[in-house]
Write a protein that binds this ligand. Structure first.
Ligand SMILES: Cc1cc2nc3c(=O)[nH]c(=O)nc-3n(C[C@H](O)[C@H](O)[C@H](O)COP(=O)(O)OP(=O)(O)OC[C@H]3O[C@@H](n4cnc5c(N)ncnc54)[C@H](O)[C@@H]3O)c2cc1C
Length: 362
């Protein structure tokens, strides 16, 4: 193990979102010196994402059961999600209940709080955090020389790319990334006229995209419209303050919505690196593999791959280089996701000839 103050670390983790903070915690707990670097201010806004029950189990494995809810009591920042109501392939909102899911209920997150708690758990395990971004890196023998945007330079035996969809480290290393059809998410918060305490996620397919809605811990709701870039641009330039357009199922359930915040537009298309790791580096979370939000898989993957990447690095530091299983696991996750996603978009036949559904189902 290298001394923490000497500017040379066993591992630099670029990105301190869910994947990076998880990897940092696992590595620090295994006795390695770990520096998370992330300026945080540039982090993409993330509103009201759903943490599936299976991801709550992973938090338990990390010794972090408390993070997601219970100990915050009645002022819990996150909202329990008991199931969903989905209108996909027909106008009818079909219920599913989390009681029938072996992994149990999920949570609609206050992401800022969730990410900060995970980061704090990494620091509590012994990792350090430096508020800076990686701008460049070079390999010198067996170590990385990492340039930061605060003018500093740090060195490490390993670097983990946990920089999200931008995959900044892999890109600096020249790795190629495969992307699915463009998908833009327009997000807004607001308060519905009725059923404001419903603990369900609502998904409704529409001719040019699909809608996601659910209650946040604050009592407000998040509404997302996922569509193609052209439709997103049209909606954003229209004078109406609506982003959802016509959504009969949602409207029947919630009534009119009083929107209270600006529209946030996010790139939501899935993408993956051609290879998730190489000599002295490994990627995890969205940097390695990012999903269309319809999959609801991003946070599970961030935690799971953060843990798995840390195990690869800890093994390599102990003289056991075995990235093969990690590469296979990521490739298998990508294959299963791609097949399920295609099946899902093809299941919506009502607008199969329209460009959005054609593009996503291809
Ligand atoms: C519209 C939308 C809706 C979604 N809904 C859901 C959902 O309901 N459920 C779900 O499970 N998932 C959802 N996701 C996916 C989820 O947001 C991601 O999978 C998750 O945030 C991935 O975590 P991460 O740690 O890999 O990356 P991020 O959370 O993106 O964290 C990356 C971190 O890297 C930092 N960083 C970037 N560049 C650098 C650099 N050069 N140097 C240092 N640090 C850097 C950033 O500041 C950031 O903090 C959704 C995604 C989108 C786009």
């Amino acid at each position: 193990m290298t001394p923490q103050g000497a500017g040379r670390w066993d591992v630099v983790v670029a990105g301190a979102g869910p994947a990076g903070a998880t990897a940092a915690r696992v590595l620090a707990r295994s006795g390695l010196s770990v520096l998370m670097v992330d300026r945080l201010v540039k982090a993409t806004p993330k509103i009201g994402e759903t943490l599936p029950g299976a991801a709550l189990r992973l938090l338990g494995r990390l010794g972090l059961d408390g993070i997601a809810a219970a100990h915050h009591g009645s002022r819990a920042p996150h909202w329990p999600v008991g199931g969903s109501l989905v209108a996909w392939g027909s106008d009818v909102l079909v219920p599913t209940d989390a009681l029938r899911d072996p992994a149990g209920r999920g949570l609609r997150l206050d992401r800022r709080r969730f990410d900060a708690d995970l980061r704090a758990a990494g620091i509590a395990a012994g990792a350090a955090h430096r508020p800076a971004d990686v701008v460049d890196l070079a390999r010198a023998g067996e170590e990385w020389i990492v340039d930061l945007d605060d003018g500093g330079v740090t060195r490490a035996a390993w670097i983990i790319d946990a920089t999200g969809r931008g995959a900044r480290i892999a890109r600096l290393l020249g790795c190629a990334r495969r992307r699915a059809a463009p998908l833009i998410a327009l997000y807004r918060t607001g308060v519905p006229e009725r059923n404001a305490d419903l603990d369900r996620t609502i998904i409704e397919a529409r001719p040019d995209g699909w809608i996601y809605a659910g209650r946040l811990g604050t009592g407000r709701w998040v509404f997302g419209y996922h569509t193609g870039p052209r439709e997103a641009a049209r909606l954003r330039s229209s004078s109406s303050d609506q982003i959802l357009g016509d959504a009969p199922g949602l409207e029947a359930l919630l009534g009119a919505v009083r929107f209270d915040a600006d529209v946030v537009a996010l790139d939501a298309r899935g993408s993956m690196l051609d290879t998730p790791c190489g000599a002295g580096w490994i990627s995890c979370g969205d940097a390695a593999l990012s999903f269309d939000p319809i999959a609801g898989q991003g946070l599970f993957n961030a935690l799971r791959s953060g843990m798995a990447a840390a195990e690869v690095v800890a093994g390599a530091m102990a003289g056991r280089a075995e990235p093969g299983r990690y590469i296979d696991e990521m490739a298998q996750a990508a294959r299963i996701y791609a097949a399920r996603r295609r099946e899902l978009y093809r299941a919506e036949r009502r607008w199969a000839a329209r460009p959005f559904w054609q593009g996503q189902a291809a």
